[in-house]
Write a protein that binds this ligand. Sequence first.
Ligand SMILES: [Zn+2]
Length: 353
Amino acid sequence: MLREGYPARTVRPTGRRTHEECSSGSTGRPFCVQEDAYTAGWYRASFMLALQWSGWGIGDPQLQMGMTLQRSRGRKAKDLLLRCHYVSAYDLRDAALDAHLERIDRSELRHVWGYPGAVYFLARRAAETGWCRELDAVVTWGDTLFPHFRKTIEAAFRTRVFDTYGCAEGMQISAQCGHSGLYHVHDLDVVVEYLDDDGEAVVSSNPGNLIVTRLHPGPMPLIRYRVGDVGVAGEPGCGCGRGFSTMDSIRGRETDVVVTPSGNRLIVHFFTGVLEHFPEIDTFQVTQERPDAILLRIVPGRGFDDRIRERAAVELTEKGADLRIEVETVDEIPPTPAGKRRFIVNRLPSSRS
Ligand SMILES: [Zn+2]
């Protein structure tokens, strides 16, 4: 309903200038929200707080692996202010990873931030090449930090990983403090509920659908918004002494990686980073069954035609998907039996490495 009613029935005036943020949303379908500086200020403050829990402070330079290579004026100002070395997570070939490691060395960076999948391949490359430098902390966001990702990153960089949890709709929800495995909810900005499929609250310690309400709603209030992930509430209290409520775990962001013949690794954000700019694509799924090809299944939206189909494939290729891309349009992409969304399905025997 939020998608269909946007913006006429979901946006209200706040007296502030608003801007639109569009993303692939929680289900892979394009989703746009309107926010103003006040709303954005709150989730950015939550995120800064989470970064500081990792031991990072303003003034400490860091390497960030990301997909927003077109740095807007605002993003450039942020990079400058926070001393961010922003590098591409589209290209995760060994040569690119070596360049990033060299940059960490040269600029004496002690903090690395980014998607778990991207940082994992950086850490694996560091271990393979005997690169040896101790980092202060790694902060991750955006998809699942698998246990083997954490283990590899922490061993290679001799540090701790602080995972954070937010949603593409412009909310920072929770972050790890480093003392325990718990995620502290940003209670000052969001309320988290855990509900079963009938909308009833689950008994604590049972997994429930995450329902989030933003306390600083701004131009587009999100009230009891179903994020699309499943989470488990944590026990109250954490040894670190922070008073915020806690989450024990988050599920639903599990996804595979596509490996190309030239050795590039395409994480889920590679595909969403390209395809979210195609409003004509409703949702998609990528399947790899052969080393040299992928099948891109698309649920077409309004305005989708052969030209869009071709342009999507060309852009994926240009960004680093150097393998054959077969495109198929389908009416729907069924969720997994557990009801989870899955953007990438890798059926190659070696895909778990
Ligand atoms: Zn804590």
